[in-house]
Design a protein around this ligand. Sequence first.
Ligand SMILES: *Cc1c(COP(=O)(O)O)cnc(C)c1O
Length: 402
Amino acid sequence: MSLINENFLELQDSYLFTNIARKVAKFTQENPDKEVIKLGIGDVTKPIVPACLEAMHKAVDEIGTAEGFKGYGPEQGYDFLRKAIVENDYKTRGVDLDEDEVFVSDGAKCDCGNIVDIFAQNNKVAITDPVYPVYLDTNIMSGRSITYLPITAENNFIPELPKEKVDMIYLCFPNNPTGTVLSKEELKKWVEYAKENKSVILYDAAYEAFITEDDIPHSIYEIEGAKDVAIEFRSYSKTAGFTGVRCAYVVVPKSVKGYTTDGKEVSLNKLWNRRTCTKFNGVSYAVQRAAEATYSKEGKEQIKANMKAYLENAKIIKEGLEEAGFTVYGGVNSPYIWLKVPEGMTSWEFFDKLLEEANIVGTPGSGFGSNGEGYFRLTAFGTKENSIKAIERIKQTANKLK
Ligand SMILES: *Cc1c(COP(=O)(O)O)cnc(C)c1O
């Protein structure tokens, strides 16, 4: 008899995006003359930039030659990319990493989910609420108990240190879904907490490239001592539009330790390396060359232009909503705008109103956790034209939305 992992039965079914799709399909069918603007998706829309495309084309041609053929590559990633990451993403911010502390992967989602393999089941895990669901669901699948850290307007979206001791802490800043950030001062508190409690911080910096303000850390390693307690996740998905191409990486410094039950220190880098070699085949050569090209002069400029365009959309949406009388968070260092739904309305009620009155699709905050109730997420990943149009409609229908 093949017994199942019963933790899977503890997962809550996620109907969020299915429900949204169903409601939008029904509305479009009943109102074929109305043009619906989608500001709900968390996917980018700008095509892969020329610098990355060129590098990828070149790599594809190369593997068609006897000299350039590549078979199985190193599971941890090719040296050229690990080196480029260390030089460009870290050295420029005063962070020294060794190349073997960087593991190239096919996604930060996979990394955030897979990292739990190297930790014991009885670790206590702290996760913000609302949250990117991957951290939560992967820990439920492996049967860990969860401590929720509310992030709401009441605490300025700054999670408070847990009262009970936790062993693993997931932090994502700039945050999805709220679009808010942590200052160096705030992040320092978490690093100190982790040191005191021998915990590990799992820091998701997937939106690092959207940071515009000073004093907002791009990497947790900008905080002194973080290399002893933190693992960091990065992705080319939102930055370089690699959501379909697939490339990301995780940093596991050699100084981050885990512990055996009898208190012996073990290097997490060693464990993660072993796990990677056993279960992963590495990212394809052509994709890693494309990722490398994000650090070329042209690549950097082209990507910067895309970031700027998304952030302009965010500004249009944020300021427009404020002019229409809404309370709005995020949208400055992030492509996400998190708005407070009008008093007395639920997130889903606002979803329906916004769709019916303004023909705009967003994401109900309650879909990201119970503390997301009363909030609503809009994204800046659409076109400028649509962002402007959406705001015009919201302004025109503002009195009907409340
Ligand atoms: C989009 C996103 C990622 C990136 O995931 P990939 O698997 O690299 O595409 C990671 N974390 C968060 C919070 C995200 O929103």
